[in-house]
Design a protein around this ligand. Structure first.
Ligand code: AMP
Ligand code: MN
Ligand code: MN
Ligand code: MN
Length: 300
């Protein structure tokens, strides 16, 4: 057991909706004391080789990850895959299919915003995009803040980009079962991301956890940038009830926008099994650096 391992298993680069390049993130992770880092861009694997090389150079142990957009019970749910093979074809094809439609969705979002008098949002948002396959609501949010339409990202999502608001366009993402299968097929472990953010009824949430585990999902984020103390308590209990391993990840996107920096979360509750113990064989260890001190988990 290494309960005190500073693992940060959820973060975003410019290959999705983060503002830092994978190499910059790797060095920032090292500087923030992260001992085990995962890059988990939305629906995208293309930053992972760069991240792995940069983590190696920075002396940080690394897990290849991805955050998959899933539709479940009329809501978008995010499932993080950790320790995936970055060359797995079925995973790559599934994600490619999940990404299609983002560009049209962005045009539709801009049309919705135009109807309330906000012109030029498509071109505006696109100027913030590095990966043309991955136009996201975050890119619209940056444009809406920088042009002075909104005060901050919270303001953007509240007024324009969530269900029922002018820039919101419902979208059909991947299925829960297929997503868990893609991740498992690529040798990874599937984790429910930031469960405290979904607007489910207790029955729907129970269904999510039940179906997820039935499909072979094995983990849940107990510690994440958007969880308060009550969420941590609740999902600690859920992890124990469903025999899920626990993950810890800041969901870092940007130094200007993210509340929690890389490696900035507290330790996982001692009653929980850390996810990294189940995928230790997937960790890429650096040749030298602080992570040399990390030992594999004790058997059993
Ligand atoms: P998309 O995948 O295009 O639907 O964009 C979802 C992304 O928007 C998330 O991954 C977050 O980075 C960001 N996001 C969603 N809701 C909020 C919120 N309330 N405040 C700030 N960022 C948010
Ligand atoms: Mn995001
Ligand atoms: Mn997410
Ligand atoms: Mn995320």
């Amino acid at each position: 057991m290494h309960p005190l391992l500073n693992a940060d298993l959820h973060s975003h680069s410019t290959l999705s909706d983060g503002t830092l390049e994978p190499e910059v993130l790797a060095r920032r992770a090292r500087d923030q004391g992260v001992e085990l880092w995962a890059l988990t861009d939305h629906d995208e694997l293309s930053g992972l080789q760069r991240a792995a090389d940069a983590a190696q150079a920075a002396g940080v142990a690394f897990l290849a990850g991805v955050e998959v957009s899933v539709s479940f019970a009329g809501e978008t749910v995010h499932i993080v895959g950790l320790g995936v093979d970055i060359h797995d074809t079925a995973l790559a094809q599934g994600l490619a299919r999940t990404r299609t439609g983002r560009l049209q969705r962005a045009r539709d979002m801009a049309a919705g915003l135009a109807q309330v008098g906000i012109q030029g949002a498509f071109e505006g948002a696109l100027a913030y995009v590095t990966n043309p396959d991955l136009v996201s609501r975050s890119h619209f949010a940056r444009w809406l803040v920088d042009t002075g339409v909104c005060r901050d990202h919270g303001d953007v999502f509240r007024r324009y980009l969530t269900q029922g608001k002018p820039g919101y366009v419902p979208h059909r993402w991947a299925g829960l079962g297929e997503t868990v299968q893609w991740i498992r097929g690529a040798g990874g472990i599937a984790v429910i991301a930031h469960p405290g953010r979904y607007k489910f009824t207790p029955t729907e949430e129970y269904a999510l956890f039940s179906e997820f585990t039935a499909h072979g999902g094995e983990g849940v984020e107990v510690l994440t940038g958007s969880h308060g103390a009550a969420d941590v308590e609740k999902y600690t209990a859920m992890a124990l009830e469903f025999s899920l391993a626990a993950s810890r990840g800041s969901d870092f996107h940007s130094p200007e926008e993210s509340r929690i920096d890389l490696g900035g979360l507290p330790d996982l509750p001692a009653t929980l099994e850390p996810v990294w113990q189940r995928i230790w064989d997937r960790v890429r260890h650096p040749a030298a650096g602080p992570a040399q001190a990390i030992r594999p988990p004790a058997p059993g």
